[in-house]
Ligand binder design. Sequence first.
Ligand code: FDA
Length: 395
Amino acid sequence: MAVQQYDVVVIGAGAAGLMCAATAGYRGRSVLLLDHANKAGKKILMSGGGRCNFTNLNTTPDHFLSANPHFCKSALKRYSPWHFVELVERHGVEHVEKAPGQLFCAQSSKEILNLLLTECEWAGVEMRLNTPVSAIRQRGPGFSLRAANADIACDKLVIASGGLSIPTLGASPFGYQVAEQFGLPVLPTRAALVPFTLQPADKAWLSTLSGVSAEVRAQAGGAAFNEPLLITHRGLSGPAMLQVSTFWQPGEAVTVDWLPALADPLQALRQARQEQPSASLEKWLRGVFSQRLAAAFVAHFQWAGPLQHYSNEALANVAAVLKGWSFKPSGTEGYRTAEVTLGGVNTDALSSRTFEVNRVPGLHFIGEVLDVTGQLGGFNFQWAWACGHAAGEAL
Ligand code: FDA
């Protein structure tokens, strides 16, 4: 069979791959975009609860974790959230700012995927789905690949195959394997932006509260976030837990301030004891918590009886639990539900301007496969757009 020749082959039709393919296509390159899945951009469709939190207007390099915190700067600077907003508006996609800086589709994530597919079509990108790549070889200045039943040759090869999170959406270790084949270091990977699972004793009382949420301040690994926490039947989730999961190390404790808006709960409790000595602690808690949460805390910590029965020391203990409850997760839900993968291809091996591998001309890695992980809130897509664009411009 004849070898099919392209200027550029991009492997992975996700957020970064679609952006890169369209950008290179517009620059006149012949581009083939390959994916082993039966659909492009499955994570885009699932993202943001079906509304895709497609960027964050407040994006800075500080919102990303990487062994090399400087690596992301160049691409983020050259393709800002406003560039993507301009693209979104040009395609007539309505959007809303749900939390400060966090832009979501007003209707559906499908609109972001359609926008990218349209861009690829206009840029003349050829896309092949259900096409696994079984072999890659360096061939003179380019590469040859075996993809499904075709032999393909290209001058430039872009690996945009993502991380390990959510295998049912097409995630695979492909990118790390290609990195290893070409001698690039891959930093250890771990599920992030992921719910915590609980030790049996914590699970016993918290799982009865499944569905309850509260605004908390959560801390782990030196990072702290004021966000909602959601109790589920499996453990603790919600933005607060997802955010700290990225900084948490297995075996460490996570600390939760259940009353971040109340600076001095001990003072408030002492005042309540003075003003309403016969009122129960549960009644006071119902003033600051949901009814279910108040009842569960009272039952679990055995905070029965009227406030007048509480010594100053006992009230200090209550305040300490409310401001700094700490738990040791048994683990996380892992890649099955994680939004992203920490670690990955070591960025020291690449140019931060072109995403080309320093020692392998023509080979590029972009997106989540790299050791660059954004916080929750639209930063990961902004990274995908920025590096897809930067690499596309360089091809
Ligand atoms: P991505 O995973 O998007 O694409 C990789 C592509 O490579 C896939 O199409 C896959 O099928 C393909 N592939 C894998 N192995 C292959 C192989 N062997 N051969 C060929 N193709 C292969 N971020 C954000 O900013 N806002 C949000 O709202 C959300 N929400 C969200 C929800 C959920 C449920 C998840 C799982 C994730 C998010 N994220 C997010 C994170 C965001 O989806 C993620 O960071 C980007 O999709 C990463 O883009 P990439 O293109 O690098 O990988």
